[in-house]
Design a protein around this ligand. Structure first.
Ligand code: GAR
Length: 186
C-alpha cells in the first residue's frame, strides 16, 4: 500500500476526492498525513472525517520556511511517504522540502500551464478572455508552477464568471487528480 501526504490551505475538496478514492479502493494507497498552513481551514475537519492525521502549522511561528519545512520533512520521513500531493497548498515549496522530496511532489493547478501561473489563475484567465480553460498536474520544482507537466484536461467556457469556471474546473480536478495519482503509483 503506497503512502500519500496531501497538503492544503483551504476547503480541501481535492483532499477529500483523494481520501475518498483511497477509502473505496479506486486508489491502492492510504493518506497518512494532511499538512495545512492555515489553522481553522475547512480541510482540517475533512481530514478528521477520514481519520487522517494532520499537521497544522502557522508559518509565523517559525523563524523561516526552512524551519517549518524541516518539521514537515521529519514527519514525511517518519511516515514513509511515497508521494506528496499539493492540493490548494498556497505556499511556494522551498529548498528544504524540495531537497528531500523533489520528484515525489506533485501539484494541481487550475489553468493550462504554462499559461496563467500563480494564485489567481482562473480570475486571470477570465480577465484575459480565454475560451478554453483547463487543469494541469505537474511535478513541483523551484520554478513557480513550472515543473514538468504530468496531465492536463481542457474545457470550453464562453462567459465571464470566475466562480462558474471554478465549479466546472473542480469537478474535473477531482477526477483527474485521482486518475493521475493512480497512474503514478503503478
Ligand atoms: C484547487 O482548485 C487548486 O487547483 C487550486 O486551489 C484549489 C483548492 O481547492 N490551486 C492553486 O490555485 C495553486 N496555484 P480545494 O481546497 O477545494 O481542493
Amino acid at each position: 500500500m503506497k503512502k500519500l501526504a496531501v497538503f492544503a490551505s483551504g476547503t480541501g475538496t481535492n483532499f477529500e476526492a483523494i481520501a475518498a478514492a483511497c477509502a473505496d479502493g479506486r486508489l491502492e494507497a492510504e493518506v497518512v498525513l494532511m499538512v495545512c498552513d492555515v489553522p481553522g481551514a475547512a480541510v482540517i475537519a475533512k481530514a478528521e472525517k477520514y481519520g487522517v492525521e494532520s499537521f497544522v502549522f502557522r508559518p509565523k511561528d517559525y523563524a523561516g520556511k526552512a524551519e517549518y519545512e524541516k518539521e514537515i520533512v521529519r514527519l514525511l520521513d517518519a511516515k514513509g511517504v511515497d508521494l506528496v500531493c499539493l492540493a490548494g497548498y498556497m505556499r511556494i515549496v522551498g529548498e528544504t522540502l524540495l531537497g528531500a522530496y523533489e520528484g515525489r511532489i506533485i501539484n494541481i493547478h487550475p489553468s493550462l500551464l504554462p499559461a496563467f501561473k500563480g494564485a489567481h489563475a482562473v480570475e486571470d484567465a477570465v480577465a484575459y478572455g480565454v475560451k478554453v480553460f483547463g487543469i494541469s498536474i505537474h511535478y513541483v520544482n523551484s520554478d513557480l508552477d513550472g515543473g514538468k507537466i504530468i496531465a492536463q484536461r481542457a474545457f470550453e467556457y464562453d462567459g465571464s464568471d470566475p466562480a462558474e469556471v471554478h465549479r466546472i474546473g473542480q469537478k474535473i480536478e477531482h477526477q483527474l487528480y485521482v486518475e493521475t495519482i493512480a497512474k503514478l503509483l503503478k
